[in-house]
Design a binder for this molecule. Structure first.
Ligand code: BEZ
Length: 219
């Protein structure tokens, strides 16, 4: 399996989707894209995940993020399945495209193969992979879950908020951070630089090492 991971450029594959043929880079354009895979159509956890994604569309739109799903069945099957997905969460609409990959070509190139799950024909199925692709078409963050674990969309939104904040300031977000909470100043920033970058001040946590590296700031 190719090792597509953070820092790599997302392959510019030609894909067939529920909204027609497209090249992945054209879809990304100058924005952010969540590229997320599912083991298969008409499966329980996947149905809940795609519904939840549709319910979160306003949150993603606020952040300039578009969605691109993938499941290993054909377009006709995706279209039929979409009726179930929308019925499961009344009011939600699957307005994002879903890639068809009946021959498992796309999942191999996007590092989305589940080594354990196989369909009734013995073919490998996709894992629950999710790549956050940035405007430069590079993979900024990846989740890789097995088929048995559904993803948490609040965590996806939180990760996007962290990534986007870190593009604006020389900061990183600490454990369990939520938007609005203090962040930490990047280790590459010296104290002299930090005083200039964060004129409202920052708080250094005193630690036994006395190395002054844990510096909280509000941005
Ligand atoms: C599901 O989406 O529910 C699922 C798919 C494949 C294996 C296990 C669960």
């Amino acid at each position: 399996m190719p090792g597509l991971t953070i820092g790599d450029t997302c392959p510019n594959l030609d894909v067939e989707t529920t909204q027609g043929k497209m090249k992945i880079h054209d879809y990304v354009g100058n924005g952010w894209v969540l590229l997320f895979s599912h083991p298969g159509d008409f499966t329980p956890v996947c149905t809940t995940e795609l519904s939840k994604m549709a319910q979160y569309i306003p949150e993603f739109e606020k952040r300039g993020v578009k969605l691109l799903g993938l499941s290993c069945d054909d377009v006709q099957s995706h279209n039929d399945w979409t009726k179930d997905i929308e019925a499961y969460a009344p009011g939600c609409m699957v307005t994002y495209p879903i890639i068809a990959d009946p021959n498992r070509e796309v999942i191999k190139q996007l590092n989305m193969v589940d080594p354990d799950e196989k369909d009734s024909k013995g073919q490998h199925m996709p894992s629950r992979a999710l790549h956050i692709v940035g405007p430069d078409k590079m993979i900024k963050l990846s989740f890789l879950y097995p088929a048995t674990t559904g993803r948490n969309m609040d965590e996806v939104v939180r990760a996007i908020d962290s990534l986007q904040l870190a593009t604006k300031h020389k900061i990183a977000t600490p454990a369990n951070w939520k938007p609005g909470e203090p962040v930490v100043i990047s280790p590459s920033v010296t104290n002299e630089q930090a005083k200039v970058m964060f004129p409202n001040g920052y708080k250094t946590v005193e630690l036994p090492s006395k190395k002054d590296y844990l510096r909280f700031v509000n941005v």
